[in-house]
Design a protein around this ligand. Sequence first.
Ligand code: GAP
Length: 486
Amino acid sequence: MKNKNKNKKKKISFKEMVSHAKQYGFVFPSSEIYDGINAIYDYGQYGIYLKNNIKEYWWKSMIQINENIIGLDTSILMHPNIWKASGHVSKFKEIFLYNEDTKYSYRLDLLLETYFNENHLRKKEKNIKNNIIKYIYKKFKVKEQYKILSLINKLKINKQLNKWTKIYEYNLMFKIPLKEHKNFYLRPETAQGIFTNFLNVLNTSKIKIPFGIAQIGKVFRKEIIARQFLFRMREFEQMEMQFFIPPNQEEKWLEYWKKKRFKWHLSLGLGETKYIFSEHEQLAHYAKKAYDIQFKFPFGFKELEGIHSRTNFDLKNHEKYSKKRFRVFDKEKNKFYIPYIIETSLGLDRMFLAVFSSSLKKETIKDTKKERIILKINPALSPIKAAIFPLIRDKRLIYYAKEIYKNLKLYFLLIYEENDSIGKRYRRQDAIGTPICVTIDFKTLKDKCVTMRFRDKMLQKRVLIKDLKREIKKETSMKQLFKLLL
Ligand code: GAP
């Protein structure tokens, strides 16, 4: 094996990362031919595989690795009473501020978070911030908006943003017109489909508390601030798991899931320093205690996954609204109880952004002084597992390469390429994160061996064609990730 490593690294800007995602078929702005639409994106020919591989890893590590977790796929459109019972109709609101200078509305919590990070505040500003929080988050009254606006104007959030003139509440759910139901919504979280099927799962399986139900699905929110690419979207996917437990065990299971989810993130190898835990100050209406796993995105540490202690709020309210009994029997105590819930909720698109942004690297190759952009993702998540190349466009090499491709495509997603120089083909595969390139050369015709070239270290080794399947599997299988979870 020849090691040509020790290449010089350069930083990739957020803008370069977004343009790479488009140029290499990972993420396209939605409806681009009509000038696009804010905060909605399409996944391209490679993006879809990276996204599906993240999904598969999450799904299997929930359902396959844990015998007490099952999966569901529930509908996006649900009975409007669900959103009343869940509290989303009355409480899934954000407070917005209208700025006269820019003629834009801004989400207050994000404004305070961005411009008024506790660490940078003077005492006077801290007091003003605390007063705003007191007025707004405890009990927002439109009547009091002038009091709040005067406080906000005192904060002088930014030189360009001075004149705040209106403050209002805004429900984040998309309402869609339907003949038979006036208030019909697109779901803003997948969790409610799990809660409303709780009895179906209990009645049709042998599963016993404590147990979990997992689901991956699209959700919709009327986000206003949308300038962080996949971070804050209006249509996005969640990977959620609701874990049902007896009362008085919330602390224990919250700690359990915090640790377990952290381990899952670490297994992807993005680096331990990229993550921090942060406890929620402003709790969602259903939560008693909540933690974020924050990730170091290109624009700083931000929420990646939420781990929430939801009490029995949801099941209790569904019991009240549906008049069905959401209770299980405790044999020891000889009484029925409504189960409590610990939730883990990860945004798939945010996870995609975390993996993509932290894996994209620029380096100058030591020997050739040429620059390469390389997506150093875990091979188990790579869209394409291997690229098969004839060294040059020679009939015999092409025949061999195509035969290898034909046999191996039954097991892996591969690319076959014969155009351009071998160097250019390598660069293209580096840029989309293909971990292995396989080259068929004239020596292959004699010794039945091919050259495997590994993306990250650019190491090369000769292997027998008959061993290629085993070698690619060893390098790209998800099994190595699962092992880290046990
Ligand atoms: N069921 C709980 C729930 O929905 P959340 O904190 O509102 O909790 C969970 O959302 C996760 O969904 C977040 O941690 C984040 O990863 C993702 N998420 C939330 N809003 C998002 C948005 N507008 N765009 C992309 N992902 C989002």
